[in-house]
Design a protein around this ligand. Sequence first.
Ligand code: G1P
Length: 362
Amino acid sequence: MSYVIACMKGVVLAGGTGSRLRPLTYTMPKQMIPVGGIPVLEHAIGDMRDAGISEIAIVLGEHGHDDIKGYFGDGSEFSVDITYVYQGEPLGLGHAVGCAEKFVDGEPFVLFLGDDLIQRGITDLVEGFDPSTHAGSIAVKPVNDPSRYGIVNLDDDGDIVGMVEKPNEPPSNLAGIGVFVLTADVFDEIAEVGASWRGEVELSDAIHRLLTRGERFQSHIVDGWWYDVGTPTDVIAANRSVLDDITESEAAPLDVDGTIQGRIAAGSEVIVQDGATVRGPVSLGPGVEIHDGATVGPYTTLEADSTVEDGTVQSSVVLEGATVRTEGRILDSLVGRGATIDVTATGDALKLVVGTDSQVTL
Ligand code: G1P
């Protein structure tokens, strides 16, 4: 049975410092880094829309406001209605959620951590939530390293009876993976919890307080892959997984002189010159150019207006307007907006993380 609540709202958190993705995050929010051709945050917005949620608040942190607002605007291009809420100082997830209290206006809502990416969307979670019996539902998944996450423990009915953030002695290996259905009761608890040992107002602590008060939370075990995109390795791995889900039917009809193998998603005005090779799965943004002698892919995203002039770019994400020229191979790399990579040295494949507008000559 499904219990969809009419007009459930959505809250997406897009703050955080992104410190593990520096230098890229000195100039852009981590949620705008593309995986599979679109920003991480757009995956969350799309999952909300697909689950029937059209009124969405994006909670902005200290940085990246123009980037996010410039891209998503009022949401109409994405068939949703977007409101922006300002968190300012990063005082923790609980604090960020608390900033959306007015927007939520007393109703149950879906919370999506904007740097999380899940393969199969959130429709099952949202439709499976039963507000007549539960005060919330949490998407969970077994993890190998539970001390890095918010960990839940369950009773015999599969309901959540406790939640603890980054525990030294995890009560289970089931992590909350960044998508929740919550009721407005959570705001009272957020107001009560103090800062944790890491100095943050933890959402997990607020949820734990609701559970201790006797509220019931459903656990929704998620199949398929999931990423918390926090490091360059996460970006590369998430990009691979998203690209792997490109189906043949998505392959854009390309008018190209070069060689295209496998599954490709491509925007308009892509140029693949005679003598260039694209090996899918690959995502090519509008205006991408791949020149004679260059090979791109597999598992590579080239964002809009980026160019590969020579050499091989494989298992990498190249951001808007960047240029890569190499005698050899660029592998598992993250190249910032407008950066120029110029490699005449040959040898092993290079693995790079290059910030916005940087110039690398080797
Ligand atoms: C946050 C949450 C944690 C959750 C994780 C999922 O952790 O605090 O409960 O398990 O996201 O990605 P953070 O990414 O802030 O370390």
